[in-house]
Design a protein around this ligand. Structure first.
Ligand SMILES: Nc1nc2c(ncn2[C@@H]2O[C@H](COP(=O)(O)OP(=O)(O)OP(=O)(O)O)[C@@H](O)[C@H]2O)c(=O)[nH]1
Ligand SMILES: [Mg+2]
Length: 364
């Protein structure tokens, strides 16, 4: 095939480039400019704050995206928005919900959320999901499962932030709580999968901690993570329906007995055990009533406020630690020096302690 053949062939291709089409005179070019400008225009922090305070869900979602962003260019804007929203936050009940995969969290939250919106509540559902960097968060898939709740105009469901560390994800969730509260959400549900450290992180950002359990899972009294039981303000034995009802009742007795072995809580609240079925919408109302009772008791004895204030102090320290760590490890000079010290350790030419002293002594 000679060169001319190729050119001839090319011209018959469907991908052949057409000559430029001249602009029709009827198109007003200023419109095009306007559309372009609108596309490029990002709302300012003040616009977003005003939108959030008006309860505008688009502004809220955009602000959360900024809070979650890893782009340093967004940090300051996110910070301004959070600071602007802070005076309007706090007026809510924050509920943590945890349980092993498959316990029925999504189904329960759907039923619980719909019950609450039915009572006139504004419900935001967030997640702390340590595995989210891999799976993009369990709630993301859940949005299709939480069909009824998604349609509620007074509900807001946000998949969990992804992040490199649980600390990072948890911080973003805390900031998102503030934004949701400023947008008028009075009930914040924070879901986490009960498989690791995330329960502790969630416990430190909520007022009330609800643990979902299954009957007959073989872990009633032994093998259960004591720490989690201790954190729980309410244990709900879920899937208490059909053939499961009888074992669920037995589990309830056992958990009640176990809970009495723990010392009384500072909140003066005696943790409760209830049965429920997220699938059949049973026991949901009773759980909400217990939460209301808890809020009443702890508001009267000031524990509610004290706990929030303790949590804020904890998060101050946590945030400083996070900042110091990331400033240190992301510093260019430290990165190089650290590599060198690691090599020296490999060659037995220094000790970890001497290397740490040296690195910490570097000016950054
Ligand atoms: N019988 C019964 N089945 C339920 C109930 N709640 C959930 N299920 C079923 O249990 C399975 C898991 O429910 P999910 O709500 O997805 O559980 P999950 O805890 O969110 O699971 P992960 O997101 O994987 O952690 C589904 O097949 C549900 O239909 C219930 O109250 N009763
Ligand atoms: Mg789920």
């Amino acid at each position: 095939m000679n060169k001319n053949d190729f050119v001839a062939k090319e011209k018959t291709s469907a991908l052949e480039e057409k000559d430029g089409v001249t602009q029709a005179s009827s198109i007003n070019t200023s419109h095009i400019e306007k559309i372009k400008a609108r596309r490029q225009k990002q709302p300012s922090a003040a616009d977003l704050i005003a939108g959030i305070l008006k309860g505008d869900m688009i502004a809220l979602s955009r602000a959360i995206t900024l809070v979650e962003s890893k782009n340093p260019a967004h940090f300051e804007k996110a910070h301004t928005i959070i600071t602007g929203c802070l005076p309007h936050a706090n007026k809510s009940v924050r509920i943590g919900i945890t349980g092993v995969p498959g316990v029925g969290k999504s189904t329960f939250i759907e039923a619980f959320g719909v019950h609450l919106t039915g009572l006139g509540k504004k419900v935001a559902v967030l997640a702390v999901d340590p595995s989210s960097s891999l799976t993009k968060g369990s709630i993301l898939g859940d949005k299709t499962r939480m069909e009824a709740l998604v349609k509620e105009k007074n509900a807001f469901i946000r998949p969990s932030a992804s992040g490199d560390s649980l600390g990072g994800v948890a911080r973003k969730t805390r900031e998102t709580i503030i934004l949701c509260e400023a947008a008028g959400f009075d009930t914040i549900i924070i879901e986490t999968v009960g498989v690791g450290q995330s329960e502790t992180a969630v416990h430190s950002m909520v007022d009330f901690f609800l643990l979902l359990k299954l009957a007959g899972a073989g872990d009633e009294l032994q093998g259960i993570k004591r720490g989690i039981i201790e954190m729980a303000d309410l244990i709900a034995i879920n899937k208490a329906d059909g053939d499961n009802l009888k074992p669920a009742k037995i589990a309830k007795l056992e958990f009640n007995r176990a809970l009495h072995l723990y010392p009384k809580k500072a909140s003066e609240w005696q943790p409760k055990v209830l049965l429920c079925s997220g699938l059949n919408h049973e026991g949901i109302e009773a759980i909400w009533e217990k939460i209301e009772e808890y809020v009443k008791i702890t508001s009267e004895n000031n524990y509610f406020e004290e706990k929030r204030s303790e949590q804020n102090k904890f998060w101050l320290i946590q945030t400083i630690e996070d900042h110091l760590k990331s400033n240190f490890f992301n510093n260019k000079d430290i990165k190089v020096a650290l590599e060198n010290q690691l090599l020296l350790i490999e060659e037995n030419k220094t000790t970890p302690f001497a290397a740490a002293d040296y690195l910490l002594g570097l000016r950054i």
